[in-house]
Design a protein around this ligand. Structure first.
Ligand code: GDP
Ligand code: MG
Length: 296
């Protein structure tokens, strides 16, 4: 298969370890209700990760997410076992008390850090299960004018705890020019409010195709995405798309959205970076904070 799961970029030693132990990656989706979080996750994982399995009923309606839910899928890629877990959070926006939904997400992230910390102190340190959130996709509405106060607050509450990757949702509702403007506005505001988002590291191998991919991912942030649970026939291929009276928007067509960049980033080129930052920066901060609060 030509799909990689980020394992091709692993150094040999890490790779050998991963082959033996299996590889774990935990992804959380956060943002306003109705922005297409559950749909995108389905699109990301079913189109690619299930390609040679039976295709689940794609027309199946996604139920509204009402509490934090975890779904895990096991895949084998290049001889490496990969266990992907998606943490879907209930959206805010329609709830009477919006604060509750972001507190729940923040609490979840903290809880996983705490579990890991306790496991590290415990007796069975060799077999710790890593449930920490390695990446958080933050969904931004295409209908606003940049970030709203709740987006700023939410991202500020999360950015010391988890790698945030901002996502411009439902990009099919914007023209290419509107998308460019919206992206620029969002980046300016992220900078202005000093929100820390995940930085795609500069590639150290400068000749191979990953460098190009890294650059493309970098340039596409905030990543404009389109999700769909509908598969249509296009030139003999079955593609995931949204059908409108005026035509079809293909989820994986790079001229329609950055969906492919997002997928590449998560499962092809930056999975290891996201995990590395989680462990060596974010978790380290968490641990040190605990030590400061509870000196023994
Ligand atoms: P969630 O609340 O963020 O999980 O949103 P859902 O995934 O449940 O989607 C809410 C609605 O938006 C559904 O009717 C989806 O079909 C629709 N939707 C999802 N993704 C897209 C998208 O990329 N573009 C458009 N136009 N609609 C979308
Ligand atoms: Mg949902």
């Amino acid at each position: 298969s030509e799909e990689y799961v980020g394992v091709v970029t692993l150094p040999n030693q890490v790779r050998q370890k991963a082959v033996k132990k299996g590889f774990v990656f935990n992804l959380m989706v956060v943002g306003e209700s109705g922005l297409g979080k559950s749909t995108l996750v389905n699109s990301l994982f079913l189109t690619n990760l299930y390609t040679d399995r039976c295709m689940p009923d794609v027309s199946e309606k996604i139920a509204r997410t009402v509490s934090i839910t975890k779904s895990t899928v096991d895949i084998v890629e290049e001889g490496v076992n990969l266990r992907l877990t998606v943490i879907d959070t209930p959206g805010f926006g329609d709830a009477i008390n919006n604060n509750d939904s972001w507190r729940a997400a923040v609490h979840y992230v903290d809880q996983q850090m705490e579990k890991y910390r306790r496991d590290e102190i415990g007796l069975n340190r060799k077999n710790i299960r890593d449930n920490r959130v390695h990446c958080c996709l933050y969904f931004i509405s295409p209908h606003g004018h940049g970030l709203r106060p709740i987006d700023v607050n939410f991202m500020k509450a999360l950015d010391q705890r988890v790698n945030i990757v901002p996502v411009l949702a439902k990009a099919d509702s914007l023209t290419p020019k509107e998308t460019r403007n919206m992206k620029a506005k969002i980046l300016t505001e992220i900078d202005q409010y000093k929100i820390k988002i995940f930085q795609v590291p500069d590639c150290d191998h400068n000749n191979d195709p990953f460098r190009q991919q890294d650059l493309e991912v970098k340039r596409s942030i905030p990543i404009a995405v389109i999700g769909s649970n509908t598969v249509v026939e296009r030139d003999g291929r079955r593609v995931r798309a949204r059908a409108y009276p005026w035509g079809i928007v293909e989820v994986e067509n790079p001229s329609h959205s950055d969906f492919v960049h997002l997928r590449n980033m998560l499962i092809r080129t930056n999975m290891q970076d996201l995990k590395h930052t989680t462990h060596h920066v974010l978790y380290e901060n968490y641990r040190i904070n605990c030590l400061c609060k509870n000196p023994c």
